[in-house]
Design a binder for this molecule. Structure first.
Ligand SMILES: *[C@@H]1O[C@H](CO)[C@@H](O)[C@H](O)[C@H]1NC(C)=O
Ligand SMILES: *[C@@H]1O[C@H](CO)[C@@H](O)[C@H](O)[C@H]1NC(C)=O
Ligand SMILES: *[C@@H]1O[C@H](CO)[C@@H](O)[C@H](O)[C@H]1NC(C)=O
Ligand SMILES: *[C@@H]1O[C@H](CO)[C@@H](O)[C@H](O)[C@H]1NC(C)=O
Ligand SMILES: *[C@@H]1O[C@H](CO)[C@@H](O)[C@H](O)[C@H]1NC(C)=O
Ligand SMILES: *[C@@H]1O[C@H](CO)[C@@H](O)[C@H](O)[C@H]1NC(C)=O
Length: 793
């Protein structure tokens, strides 16, 4: 385990104090109206041990994301468990699991060159890499700072489309003459061509490059524009490999297939006379359109190079976003509060607003990018955004529909203007149903409906990047066979079990929209197809772990086209057996990033039928308990989330509360390694927030499963209607022994159902939960259970 993060709050406190007057930092038991919630956001959580969280400066959903880029597992640029920095770059993704993302055109500052010889400065990434000082890192919303052992302190902040860096030189260099270079490189070292220029009169550095996306196909072009302030220009030039030249003004690079990525490092630089106050600013504009727009983005968004002002604007943007939540945190530890607020913060890093930055088509619709990936985000990120920021959720859904209009399919994953890889079903269908049922405004439902039906009906040529594969078998056989014959498109023929259960749920989501839009025939058709999950259920399949029979019979199993059963150990790809054997590669087996044990629970629309299939409520509860107790489940993969709350369906909502506390805080804490698995654009963060708020949304349905909040009281102010929804615990116990609901009242009237609908958040209201130390009868009767296609009895 890694050491707990040591942070210096001094800088953040100074800024916060300037902005909001007095700040009660560290107040253990204060309620939110007395504290600044930004002090409870720690962007360093999840930056070690494969969390891949973006630690740097960004606005909510901003395109510019500035941070120090480290060598190591640097998917998001900076990682805590690294030792050297190679540059500072302006765009990133957060929490993603593919190759490192973006990180294009890093700049890097050196206080001077040895013997004042430009060729004795360090150029290539490996040569210029410098150790960073562990206790120097300060990360706050909109601000990141780090000190390097070469005597450079780098601070950074951002607007939507530009970054601002403040370099402070500690004076250890004999004669200060800073050199700031830009490198035509990106984090995954994917550049295929690039061009950089320097203006010898102003020192402005501009250029472009063609790069590959980190988890998808194709390529994208990006452009940059760097301006400096704070020192007089001394020299400019270009560099390539480990040589520099003052007289040349631009450099053009094309990968010729023989160059290794490392030797493709090249760019331009500006050298300065000693800056006053030993401090310099570098402002970097970025654009997917052209260099002029990159420069214009920077000039318009920060005409004055006002570092502290830009930080203040970013902080207030974050505060506005998070202010819709308020908690009564009396008795709740500071750590748990930090876990909560940091999770909410991480949910608003991506998708990123690239409106006006999309060169692929002309449209008046918004354009968001970094849906990375919807397989991860439909389960908790978008349901939480629907509560906290329905207007952004609306823009994101409109952008998805516009992608369909212009590219022919809804994406399942998308980054850097490119199509990303599909992991299971066409889960944008779930997002659309969720938005439809929760009345997210502004969506063109005719086109959205056309898009989800196309997912269900038309197999794309390449179903690795959109739509669904095996659609002919899906329609004819009612499942995806292991040996599927599919001449209609190409894609990776694995995941037959997980694709089958996801396609079934996707079809259910289409059925929900069809029903509400009066398309009765479509409704019947997709509802029927939503029952297909059962075609992969092998009733006599047993499961042994280390040779010991678990005692449970009946699991999803692979099946051939001729209807006979194949076989995959139900615990295969769980943490107990070949955990890493089910990724997205041609040898990836029949379940994706999880076991058949886990996927057997995935019929969220027809839990009545699933429970009967698994032997009734008592047997279901036993099996679900075993899933959590046996080590079969890894909470760091998103399919695990819903299983924590599925006890609601067998009439045991108390056990959902119990297992929520089983995982939080043991697997979610304030250390840099404090999340289980990749954050995946905030999936882990939103999981924690929704769990701690006490209402778990079943994605794609108008259903929230009720458990007690981890606070005495939580309120959400709906940003559209202004209505306030409050979930209040009576007999709240911050020691979390009393976590069992005894009775509930909704707006003063008894409420015995163990779930409620989104109306609660649209119309506002108060849900009052009386807690006790023992499981009660509340929410346990058949009439209290959440909706299911088939009855429970
Ligand atoms: C950033 O862009 C958002 C739209 O995505 C806009 O609402 C916001 O005002 C912009 N922020 C700043 C600081 O310009
Ligand atoms: C990059 O810049 C060079 C020089 O201005 C230009 O010739 C080239 O077309 C640009 N490439 C892209 C993809 O914009
Ligand atoms: C710099 O470039 C000029 C012009 O191409 C060339 O004559 C000179 O040798 C170069 N200097 C170095 C140090 O490479
Ligand atoms: C069904 O197909 C599988 C895979 O090709 C084959 O191994 C099996 O023998 C077939 N079963 C029957 C009954 O034909
Ligand atoms: C499962 O893991 C074992 C031990 O690491 C390995 O030998 C075996 O090949 C793996 N099996 C599969 C099907 O990947
Ligand atoms: C913090 O969370 C990580 C990731 O889930 C876990 O491995 C670790 O044990 C937790 N630490 C504590 C002290 O609970």
């Amino acid at each position: 385990m890694l050491p707990r993060v040591f942070r210096s709050h001094v800088k953040a406190l100074a800024i916060a104090t300037a902005l909001y007057g007095s700040v009660a930092l560290g107040a253990q038991d204060a309620s939110t109206d007395k504290i600044d919630i930004l002090d409870y956001v720690d962007p360093l959580i999840g930056t070690a041990n494969g969390g891949h969280v973006f630690a740097g400066a960004t606005l909510p959903f901003g395109m510019a994301k500035a941070v120090a880029d480290t060598q190591g597992e640097n998917q998001a640029g900076f990682a805590w468990d690294t030792s050297v920095v190679t540059g500072f770059s302006h765009m990133h993704d957060s929490g993603t699991g593919g190759s490192p993302s973006l990180g294009n055109f890093p700049i890097f500052a050196q206080p001077s060159c040895p013997n004042d010889d430009i060729n004795q400065c360090k150029w290539q990434q490996n040569d210029r890499a410098v150790a960073w000082e562990k206790d120097s890192v300060v990360a706050d919303p909109g601000y990141f700072s780090i000190s390097l052992t070469n005597g450079v302190k780098a601070e950074m902040t951002t607007t939507n489309r530009s970054a601002l860096y403040r370099f402070t030189f500690d004076g250890s260099a004999e004669s200060l003459s800073p050199v700031i270079l830009v490198d035509l490189m990106d984090l995954p070292q994917s550049r295929s061509s690039g061009h950089a220029s320097v203006n010898p009169n102003t020192g402005r550095l501009t250029g472009n490059g063609t790069f590959s996306p980190s988890f998808g196909i194709g390529s994208y072009n990006l452009h940059f524009c760097v301006d400096f302030k704070g020192a007089d220009l001394r020299n400019t030039g270009v560099w390539s490999r480990n040589r520099a030249n003052y007289t040349v003004e631009n450099v053009m690079l094309t990968a010729d297939g023989t160059d290794s990525a490392a030797t493709l490092s090249a760019g331009t630089f500006a050298q300065f006379k000693s800056p006053e106050n030993k401090e310099m600013l570098a402002r970097v504009g970025v654009s997917f359109m052209d260099v002029n727009q990159a420069c214009a983005n920077a000039e318009q968004e920060q005409p004055h190079f006002d570092f502290d002002g830009t930080v203040a604007v970013a902080k207030s943007a974050w505060k506005t976003k998070l202010d819709v939540i308020s908690v009564d945190a009396e008795g709740v530890s500071k750590d748990l509060q930090e876990v909560f607020w940091s999770g909410a913060y991480r949910t608003m890093i991506s998708p990123q607003d690239y409106t006006g930055e999309n060169p692929l088509w002309q449209s008046d619709e918004p354009y968001y990018d970094s849906y990375y990936c919807i397989w991860d985000s439909y389960r908790s990120i978008h349901p939480l955004l629907t509560l906290l920021d329905p207007l952004s959720q609306s823009l994101m859904m409109r952008s998805l529909v516009d992608i369909y209009r212009n590219e022919g399919f809804l994406p399942d994953c998308r980054m850097s203007l490119c199509k990303g890889y599909t992991q299971g079903g066409s889960n944008a269908d779930v997002l659309m149903a969720d938005a439809f049922l929760k009345k997210v405004p502004g969506i063109d439902w005719d086109t959205a409906y056309e898009a989800v039906v196309k997912d269900a009906e038309v197999e794309p040529e390449n179903w690795d990047i959109e739509g669904r594969g095996g659609l002919h078998s899906w329609k004819d056989l009612g499942f995806i066979p292991t040996d599927d014959y599919d001449p209609y498109g190409t894609g990776t023929h694995t995941r037959s079990i997980s694709r089958t259960v996801e396609y079934a749920y996707n079809d259910f989501c289409i059925a929900e929209i069809a029903k509400a839009r009066g398309k009765e025939a479509d409704y019947e058709k997709y509802l029927a197809r939503s029952g297909n999950w059962i075609n992969m259920f092998k009733a006599n399949q047993k499961s042994s772990i280390n040779g010991v029979d678990t005692g449970f019979t009946g699991f999803l199993q692979p099946r051939y086209m001729n209807g006979t059963w194949g076989s995959q150990d139900p615990s295969f790809c769980s943490p107990l057996l070949n955990f890493t054997s089910c990724y997205l590669n041609p040898t990836g087996h029949e379940t994706y990033e999880g076991s058949a044990w886990l996927y057997t629970f995935y019929a969220p629309h027809d839990m009545g039928s699933l429970i009967k299939t698994l032997g009734g409520a008592e047997e279901f509860t036993k099996r679900l308990t075993f899933l959590h107790e046996s080590g079969l489940l890894y909470v760091g993969d998103e399919q695990a989330f819903l299983t924590i709350f599925q006890f609601h369906y067998s009439g045991r909502p108390a056990l959902s509360a119990k297992y929520s506390h089983f995982y939080i805080p043991s697997q979610f804490n304030t250390t840099t390694a404090g999340i289980a698995g990749n954050d995946d654009s905030g999936a882990m963060g939103s999981f924690v927030v929704l769990s701690m708020m006490g209402l778990w949304p079943v994605p794609g349905q108008d259903v929230y499963l009720i458990t007690p909040p981890y606070f005495k009281e939580v309120s959400i102010t709906n940003p559209i209607s202004g209505k306030v929804s409050t979930i209040r615990n009576v007999n709240f116990d911050p020691g979390y022994k009393s976590i069992y609901i005894q009775t509930a009242k909704l707006n003063g009237k008894p409420w015995s159902k163990n779930w409620l609908t989104h109306d609660f958040f649209i119309e506002g209201g108060v849900l009052e939960l009386e807690l006790g130390e023992k499981e009660s009868e509340w929410g346990t009767h058949v009439e209290d259970l959440p909706p299911s296609v088939s009855s429970y009895q």
